[in-house]
Design a protein around this ligand. Structure first.
Ligand code: ATP
Length: 214
């Protein structure tokens, strides 16, 4: 039996309980060996002022410390420009055994945007896709995706077979938390306690991140 590895990419600017609960629930529901959080590189002009890629990475590391199922993979930050997901998947695949299963975890909105991704039709050569479905999802999948869904989806995520190639939906009760909301609260001098783990809060406070500049 191969390993079962989930991956969740994001800017994590900053990481919050919405990301972490989702990641942990998927990992437990799908009986994964590991779920890797992969912070994305951003073009330098899109970084929030005072918050570097190293800070975003450090916060994710603090958030998952002591949670054996959740790990951090910094490969996208080691490149000198933002990575395509297909490149990340190819680089992960090169390190795994052929029978290992890779599960790319995407929110419904991200999934609907898939046809705009570089070489998107090759993604399923490397991984299965787990779509986090929310009771409040309102957008419709574009036609290109509906065709792929018709050919590749299985109704039971537990039944995803082989190392790659299928799509399944995972239902979760979402926590209505976003990084945008957290940045806005901090910029207006409010507390984000209980929206991020205490260790992340301590890091934000120690470094004075996301506060309005004088
Ligand atoms: P921002 O508000 O800056 O756009 P975000 O909170 O949406 O950020 P990202 O880093 O862009 O966070 O998200 C990474 C991944 O986590 C995406 O797949 C996104 O769908 C998912 N995600 C974000 N917030 C939540 C949440 N509250 N519950 C479950 N998944 C989430």
């Amino acid at each position: 039996m191969g390993k079962r590895i989930g991956i969740l990419g994001g800017t994590f600017n900053p990481v919050h309980v919405g990301h972490l609960r989702s990641a942990l629930e998927v990992a437990e529901q799908l009986d994964l060996d590991e779920l890797r959080l992969i912070p994305n590189a951003r073009p330098p002009h899109r970084e929030a002022p005072q918050v570097s890629a190293q800070d975003r990475l450090a916060m994710v590391e603090q958030a998952v410390a002591g949670v054996p199922l959740l790990t951090v993979d910094d490969r996208e930050l080691k490149r000198d420009r933002p990575s395509y997901s297909i490149d990340t998947l190819e680089s992960l695949r090169a390190e795994l055994a052929v029978e290992d299963q890779l599960f790319l975890v995407l929110g419904w909105d991200a999934f609907c945007g898939l046809p705009t991704w570089h070489r998107w039709e090759s993604l399923l050569d490397h991984c299965h896709i787990l779509v986090l479905q929310r009771p409040d999802a309102d957008s419709e999948a574009p036609q290109a995706l509906r065709d792929v869904l018709a050919a590749r989806s299985v109704s039971d995520p537990q039944a995803l077979a082989g190392p790659s190639g299928q799509i399944a939906f995972v239902w979760q009760t979402p926590l209505a938390v976003s990084a945008t909301q957290i940045r806005n609260l901090l910029a207006s001098g409010k507390s984000v306690r209980f929206l991020v783990p205490d260790a992340v809060l301590a890091y934000i406070n120690a470094r004075g991140l996301y506060r309005a500049q004088n």
